[in-house]
Design a binder for this molecule. Structure first.
Ligand SMILES: Nc1ncnc2c1ncn2[C@@H]1O[C@H](COP(=O)(O)OP(=O)(O)O)[C@@H](O)[C@H]1O
Ligand SMILES: [Mg+2]
Length: 386
């Protein structure tokens, strides 16, 4: 028989051991949870000691910082990027014990922007003194930049005709209204500016509908030749005014294309308008349609001013013009080709351009054949054969 106190002590020890075991299990599961959470975060997390050396990092940190773990772990964070800004940030957080954030521009290549949040921490035995959370915000900043540029461009494009209208109205009110030699001409100029403003707003609305995916195509099987013939006929006044001749070659057995009639019209109106507008007196426009595998390709070739090679990659950007003053004087909005590209891509097609300055340009639109659509995620068609 054991003495009673010994038995009680033994039971107490047993209870304490059970409690300890349970506590350990809780701690282990908490640690496991913390590890799982940190490992699945998209933000990069690094713990730094008070000298700024990296003592711990999660898997995302390698991707966000663009460095493999072995190049980060055990290194001074400042030595990884060598930016004076970063030095100030880490020193300030260590000195003041307050969290701070900053953006870090890495000059690449590729150039990237990281958003950093640095906070002091009680790392205990781990030795961590700071936790640094890094997020790659390159794409967000790029889109913000594009949006700012777009708003600035739109404002400028709206302001130009408005300033002109205002000047003309002031001149009319200042006496020109009673001057029969000029009054009609001034009102005519005002009309031109309002037409330009309306065209700009229409193009902007179109772009915004396309980009917000509000534009839904009404696809059907379309015979392209009559559509192209109608369009060519509607361009007769411009062709005559510019003394430009036009030929249309499309085989009788051209396969049907799958598309939205109105939107296809819009695509070819834009391309024909450019081919005539940027042509020279006595120039030519050749429109050819042909079938190639699962594609129907329509090429609009002109003998105009051409596009210099450095401008070619940017020609489908909104408001991008080779010669701004000339393009504006010709009544353009600078949005036509951006709309063309979006519309062609909505048809799961492609548009490409080849050009030789002073000799002319060829824009080629490739559209899927109606009866033989490419698979759901179509590959790019090969470049058109010449
Ligand atoms: N066929 C072409 N020949 C020469 N330059 C062209 C042609 N098509 C387009 N461009 C150039 O691309 C720019 C953008 O075209 P677009 O978006 O249609 O604008 P817009 O016609 O309103 O000026 C034009 O301003 C012009 O500089
Ligand atoms: Mg145009």
């Amino acid at each position: 028989m054991f003495a009673r106190p010994f038995l009680e002590e033994w039971r107490h020890a047993q209870v304490r051991a059970d409690q300890l075991q349970a506590r350990l299990q809780v701690l282990e599961s908490q640690q496991y949870q913390a590890e799982v959470i940190l490992a699945s975060m998209v933000e990069g997390v690094c713990a730094l000691d008070k000298e700024g050396y990296v003592v711990w990092l999660n898997p995302a940190a390698q991707r966000v910082l663009g460095l493999p773990a072995h190049q980060v772990f055990g290194k001074r964070f400042l030595d990884l990027f060598r930016q004076p800004d970063l030095d100030t940030l880490i020193t300030r957080v260590l000195a003041l014990g307050e969290p701070e954030s900053r953006e870090l521009r890495l000059f690449g290549p590729p150039e990237r922007v990281l958003s950093l949040q640095v906070a002091p921490c009680e790392g205990g035995t781990t030795g961590a003194a700071l936790v640094l959370v890094a997020q790659d915000v390159t794409e967000t900043r790029r889109l913000e930049g594009l949006r700012r540029e777009f708003v600035a461009n739109v404002s400028h494009e709206l302001k130009t005709p408005l300033t002109s209208i205002r000047g003309l109205v002031e001149t009319l009110l200042g006496g020109a209204l009673e001057d029969p030699a000029h009054n009609r001409r001034f009102v005519g100029l005002i009309e031109e500016d309002t037409v330009r403003l309306t065209r700009l707003i229409d193009d902007l609305l179109d772009l915004s509908r396309i980009e917000s995916k509000a534009l839904v195509l009404q696809p059907q099987a379309i015979t392209l030749r009559p559509l192209l013939e109608q369009l060519v006929a509607s361009f007769q006044p411009q062709l005559q005014a510019g003394q430009v001749s036009l030929s249309l070659v499309a085989p009788d057995d051209l396969p049907l294309v799958s598309g939205d009639v109105e939107r296809l019209r819009q695509i070819f109106i834009n391309l024909l308008d450019n081919a005539i507008k940027f042509n020279k007196v006595g120039g030519r426009v050749d429109v050819t349609a042909r079938s190639e595998g699962p594609w129907v390709r329509v090429a609009v070739q002109d003998t105009g001013s051409g596009i210099p090679a450095p401008d070619l990659p940017r020609i489908f950007e909104r408001f991008y013009r080779v010669d701004k003053a000339r393009a504006r004087a010709l009544g353009g909005t600078g949005l036509g080709l951006a709309i063309v590209k979006h519309l062609v891509e909505l048809h799961q097609g492609t548009v490409s351009v080849e050009s030789c300055p002073d000799q002319g340009s060829t824009f080629t639109v490739s559209l899927p054949r109606a009866e033989q659509r490419p698979p759901a995620a179509p590959g790019r068609p090969p470049p058109p054969r010449r």
